[in-house]
Design a protein around this ligand. Structure first.
Ligand code: PHE
Length: 452
């Protein structure tokens, strides 16, 4: 059963395709929407430094573990954990990693699809000139008017989910791989174009860089650290099995450490570049860097609306965000889709539809959180949207991450480890120290502090 060279779901055609797919999962709203506004709210450079440390010492070792378990198991995360647990003679309860992950995937997709829908909606509105010379008040009003219309929000969320389901239904090769093959290079190209635009036209590029890279230690607090650690998980798609599912389709014979490092570097580069695109625009237009989640939907349209070429570059920006979101949402669906394919006779397309429709329905709750359902609060005054975000990012992902690190470093058999890491032997002691002790301890700290 184990040590198979192929998965029944299909395979990435090369190591590069695995890198594009995993980077496609990692690079998303987390990098372009969430990272800049978190950096803005948490004092810039200090936050960025804490985030980089978390990526290197916690994120990267867990990323390696997830790819490793996925490739060793060659199935959906639930199936892989059952097979791996059996192979080393430990309890099948370890498959809780897969179950929790699938649940987290549904919950993340619930709010992710809504924000991605907003980004998609901003493509035609920016293109048609809605934001040209718009004032701050008008930009805010137009955003408020948009999100308080349930039909619009649900309409765009549904369109986004439909696209996600369509790609997932076509399978690993024709769906997932074809999508990342074209969208990822387009995304990098657009980002570079926007970076040049922001650097050349704003005159505030240096101010943006200073904000992002010069740590002001007086603004450092434990909250920034916790936020930075949570962001490291979310941005690398860790702790829910997305990367494990993708790892199952990774060809044998390529280094997992090298591949994971490349993915983490690409993801971090995109986050930093997004910050370098956004903050010069913010500073050049005298806007607030700490605008919060509205940074992308209120602040940026104002900035683009003031600038030469802003209509075109603003449109390209929202196209970029949409692409980044799609290559992530397909990975959020994949663990559950692969599991349904394994357990039923439905086949790929129907399994994708079934799972996708459930995710879409859960997303309605998040879509209504800004309008008709704004007072359906669950606990502590949090809306459905807030609850999905909070429970998945602050509880399920860190918990999943610890379990993955612990299983990979304490439970997996030595022979399996050597088999998967034969290209990375020299790194095994370092990886093992980080996943056995440092990463779980770090995650445990975040976990405890966030909850209490
Ligand atoms: N990493 C994605 C982003 O940054 C979100 C994501 C989280 C995707 C978990 C898959 C799994 O937008």
């Amino acid at each position: 059963m184990l040590n198979r060279t192929e998965s029944n779901h299909g395979m990435w055609s090369s190591r590069l395709m695995f890198i594009l797919a995993a980077a496609g999962s990692a690079v998303g709203l987390g990098n372009i929407w969430r990272f800049p506004y978190l950096a803005g709210e948490n004092g810039g450079g200090v936050f960025v430094l804490a985030y980089l440390v978390c990526i290197g010492f916690i994120g990267l070792p867990i990323l390696i573990s997830e790819i490793l378990l996925g490739r060793a198991g060659r199935q959906s995360p639930i199936g892989a954990m059952v097979a791996l647990a059996d192979s080393v003679g430990v309890s099948r309860r370890w498959s809780v990693i897969g179950w929790m992950g699938a649940l987290a995937g549904f919950m993340i997709l619930s709010f992710y699809g809504v924000i991605a829908g907003w980004a998609m909606a901003y493509v035609p509105s920016t293109l048609s000139g809605t934001f040209v010379s718009i004032s701050a008040i008008e930009a805010e009003r137009s955003f408020e008017a948009f999100i308080s219309d349930p039909w619009q929000v649900v309409g765009w969320q549904s369109l986004f989910m439909l696209l996600t389901i369509f790609i997932a239904a076509r399978g690993v090769g024709r769906g997932l791989e074809t999508t990342v093959r074209y969208l990822m290079p387009a995304l990098f190209g657009l980002l570079i174009l926007l970076l040049v635009y922001s650097a050349v036209t704003t005159g505030e590029f240096i101010a943006g860089l200073t904000f992002l890279f010069q740590p002001d230690f007086s603004r450092f607090n434990t909250d920034s650290l916790i936020t930075a650690m949570g962001q490291a998980f979310f941005t690398l798609s860790l702790g829910m099995g997305a990367i494990m599912a993708y790892g199952a389709y990774m060809p044998k014979g390529s280094s997992i450490v090298g591949t994971a490092t490349t993915i983490a570097l690409l993801d971090t580069t995109v986050a930093l570049m997004s910050g370098m695109v956004i903050f010069p625009l913010v500073f050049a237009n005298g806007l607030e860097s700490s605008a919060g989640p509205g940074l992308m939907f209120i602040t940026l349209p104002i900035a683009f609306g003031q600038m030469a070429g802003g209509q075109i570059f603003g449109t390209l920006f929202f196209v970029l965000v949409t692409f980044a979101a799609i290559t992530s949402s397909i990975s959020l669906l994949e663990p559950a889709v692969a599991w349904v394919v394994e357990k039923t006779k439905l086949g790929r397309a129907r399994s994708a539809m079934l799972v996708g429709v459930i995710a879409w329905a859960l997303g309605l709750g998040s879509a209504f959180s800004f309008n008709i359902g704004s007072d359906w609060t669950i606990a502590n005054g949090m809306t459905f949207f807030d609850t999905m975000d909070y429970v998945s990012n602050n509880i399920l992902l860190p918990l999943g991450g610890i379990l993955i690190a612990v299983f990979a470093s304490w439970r997996l058999g030595q022979d399996q480890l050597l088999n998967e890491m034969s290209e990375d032997r020299a790194w095994i002691p370092v990886w093992r120290f980080l996943t056995r002790f440092l990463a779980p301890a770090g995650v445990l700290i975040v976990f405890v502090v966030t909850i209490f």
